[in-house]
Every structure is written in structure tokens, then in C-alpha cells.
Design a protein around this ligand. Sequence first.
Ligand SMILES: Nc1ncnc2c1ncn2[C@@H]1O[C@H](COP(=O)(O)OP(=O)(O)OP(=O)(O)O)[C@@H](O)[C@H]1O
Length: 333
Amino acid sequence: MDATGPAGGTAMIRLSGVGKTYDDGTVAVQAVDLDVAPGELLCLVGPSGCGKSTTLKMINRLIEPSTGRIEIDGRDVTGEDPVRLRRGIGYVIQQVGLFPHQKILTNVMTVPLLYGESRATARARATELMELVGLDPATYADRYPHQLSGGQRQRVGVARALAADPPVLLMDEPFGAVDPVVRVRLQDEFKRLQRDLGKTVVLVTHDIDEAVRMGDRVAVFATGGRLAQHATPAELLARPADDFVADFVGSERGLRRLSVTPVETEHLEPLDDVRLGDLGAAVEIGCTLEEALAAMLRSDNAMVAVKRGAIFLGVLTPAGVHRALRASLAAAG
Ligand SMILES: Nc1ncnc2c1ncn2[C@@H]1O[C@H](COP(=O)(O)OP(=O)(O)OP(=O)(O)O)[C@@H](O)[C@H]1O
């Protein structure tokens, strides 16, 4: 097993007392303790200049910590050869950094070729990865980067980062350059992909909505590189650790809870003599209140049918949404 665990598997990341003071005396990160469980997606969020990118880059040693220890699967990264280390860590940045004069397929093939795969294997792998990130190879393989939209380029960046099948992915504002609608779709798709592939991911964003939507856990950094809170999205929104976090998550945090609270059977009301098709809008049990509310708003009724597969379970009404939010608030407290 190498420094970063078996390729394709998941890895545990641990930061203990990790700090960074730059040569000019800027304290970018203060003694931070953070664990990322295997297969977990951790979002680092906070205002500009609070040390998020510095923290991320210390994990793959693009920046050396001034203090503390960073372990991947129990092994200190500072003892590892940086080149070898980075092979087990995919890295996705906002400016994707595609080769402008190479076709998309060739861009993605670069990584498998780098690892000594034959051209045929690299081509097959790159084609598979394009499909995985939702870019039809028949349409996009032979295009050049400038012939793609920002969101499509971002998908290529993710495909390329996955090409080496690294157990760990580090992402710095990966969806920052795309418009809000495409952004939400990319976030949802990436989250699904990450769950399926079981990668351990650390993702930097300045957007609290992105953090609570995507993170299994969220680390909120405050100015001066202080880790202000490390919690699940639901805990963070229900119980901000201090005034800084409360201010950062914002007064709309009740609304934000919609995206992290699932619809459960106890929030539903029965409806007699109704068939699934009669109500128009229907959602699956376990979806978020946000999704259920969106379906409710699309329908003519002030309610939405909730089902499990083909079975009708009941209806969710605005009062049910309210009850669900109150219950989750109480549970998180
Ligand atoms: N090479 C450097 N030398 C000195 N100071 C630096 C250096 N790189 C970053 N900093 C400072 O360290 C602090 C943290 O920077 P960092 O890039 O980690 O923040 P960030 O939270 O990622 O910010 P943003 O959201 O704006 O990208 C900032 O005050 C920044 O000015």
C-alpha cells in the first residue's frame, strides 16, 4: 500500500494542530484539527482570505505547514515524496487548466498515459470517464476546450482528476465559474458521483449554500485562519457555534435547512380516495424539503404526493413542511 491508500479505495485524512504562517508573517491558518472520514465530503467554507485554500494545499503539499501534522490513512504526508503523494490525490481547481490545443478526449487521456497505460487503454478509460461525468463522448471527444461551456469544461476537469482513480480528491471552488443554475446541477451530480465512487473529498467554497448542499460535514473558517465550527450541515444551521458562524450562515438559515432536511413519513398526512396520478406532483420519500416544496410550487395544489416507488404514502402540506423543520431543529439541538 502506498502513502495514500490503495488506488480506487477511500482514505481517511487527519489534520492535527495544522497551522501556516507565511514568510511575511501572515497567519493564514491557526492550529486546525480536522478529521475527514473515508468516503466523506468535507466542505471548507468561510469569507475571502480565511485560509481555506492554504489548508487544502497543505494536504497535497503544494504548501508546507508551519506547524502540526497531516496524515492520510495514518501516514504523515510530510514524510512522503510530493510527486508520489499527489498521484493518490486528485486536484480540481476553478480554472480547470485544460490544454487549449488538445481535444477533450486527449486532455482526459493525459493522466492515464502519464501512468504508463497504452494509448488504447487510455482512450477507453477517458471515454468511460467522459460518460461518467455526463459528457457524451460522441459529441464532445473531438472538440477543443474553447468549444465547451464553462460547466462542460468543469466536468472535463472532474473527469481528468478522476482518471487516476485517486482515493482522495481536493477541489478548490470547482463550480465557481459557472452560472447558478448549472452550478446547482453540477453540485447535485457531483455529490451523487462521489457517493457512488466512495471518494474522500475536501472541497473549498465561499458559498454557504454550496457547503450545506454538498458537505457531509462543513468546516467554517473565520478570518485569521481560525476553525470556527466543524459540524454536519444540519447541526451548523441549527446551532451555530458563535456569533461569527451565525452571521456567516445568515438569517436565512431556516430556509437553508430546507435543503438538508429529508421528508419523512411522520410529516405526511393521509388522503383518502386519492390515486397517485390524481395529484400531479409527486416526490419520493427521503427527498429534501426543498425538493418537495419545489414540486408543490409547480403543482396546482398546495400539497405534494409522497411515494415510495409506486406506493402512495401520503401528502405533504405547507403545515407538514413547518412541522418537519421544527422537528429537525429540535433533533439537532
Ligand atoms: N504566498 C503568500 N504569502 C503571504 N500571504 C499569503 C500567501 N498566500 C496567501 N496568503 C494570505 O493568507 C491568507 C489566507 O489565504 P487563502 O488563499 O488560504 O484564503 P482563502 O480563504 O482561500 O481565500 P479566498 O476565498 O479569497 O480564495 C490571506 O490573508 C492571504 O492574503
